[in-house]
Design a protein around this ligand. Sequence first.
Ligand code: GLY
Length: 372
Amino acid sequence: MENARLARYEQALQFAERQVAAETERDPDYFPIYTTGGKWRHEGELWTDWTGGFFAGMMWQFHRRTKDPVWRQRAEHYSKLLEHRKLDRNVHDLGFIFLNTYLPWFQLTHDPALNEVLITAGRTLAGRFVESGQYLRSFVSVDSLFIDIMMNVPIIFYAAKQTGDQQLWQIAVAHCRTTRDRLVRPDGSTAHEGLFHVETGEFLRESTHQGRSADSAWARGLAWSLYGFSKVYALSEMEEFLSVSERNAAYWISHLPEDRVPYWDFHADLSEPLPWGPQKESSAAAIAASGLLDLAQQTKVPEKAALYRRTALEMLDALCDPEYLAIDTPGWEGILKHGVYHTKKGLGVDESVMWGEYFFVEALTKVVVDGK
Ligand code: GLY
């Protein structure tokens, strides 16, 4: 790794630390989701409450790199504020909330009480399993499967491994297979949502909430799939899931625009006006970069490993440019500009979004600390 690149990544991480520290001082104990005009606190709708683990998770990442006890203290404090969510049956996001907080905390301390939180959250998420269709239902309704859940199902694999509970394992494997067979297309692109007949479990059709159309390729959904299947492979060692992540990666890499940051949907019509047209989606780039860094270590093919890593670093380089990094944008409270939450609802469009912040920090930390 060249020193100039490492220095740039370290500078971006230090900027991220300043932005997160400032937010904790400005608005103690608040978990921001997306900015409006660059400001975290606003009256905008949440849609669903799923992002607390990203804010606290960045604090764990900062502590991992700096060993600064202040970051650890903040990380523990904000993580504790999330503990009650382990029994939350209203969201499908318990992996996002706990794997970025209680897992690093447990790995540092080996305190069994922290592991119990992770196991309980895994069991709670498994309670969303729909027997007829063999999937974990999304937060919107019982007939709905989201691609996003691929990033959360790892907490069920984790709980199954920790407890030896075979039923948890079977639920997690079934969910991944249904997602692979119904949402991941032969070309490696993904649908955001699948709809099922609740009684018979029959798959009815593709659908979307945040993508351009049912049959388009919402950029963040594809990133969730790429990284989610890679995480599942890491936990399960089942090759069938590695090959799904690699199929996602092939689509991702061959459809990236020249500056390496995707538009919000790979089927976006760039001649249309914003927000439908050429709107960039920095958070999808950050998620995919972090996933590709892992996938580069997992693939059995050396040429693919080199391609995944090179693409991840190119995306991170682009995100470290002040066009995306808010380092030269006075008054902007986020770290990364040009993310999108929900285009149709007009939430967080061309703004900072908390998951983009987290995965950017996570990916840079993998490079700087682990030399990935
Ligand atoms: N998981 C919700 C989203 O990606 O916006």
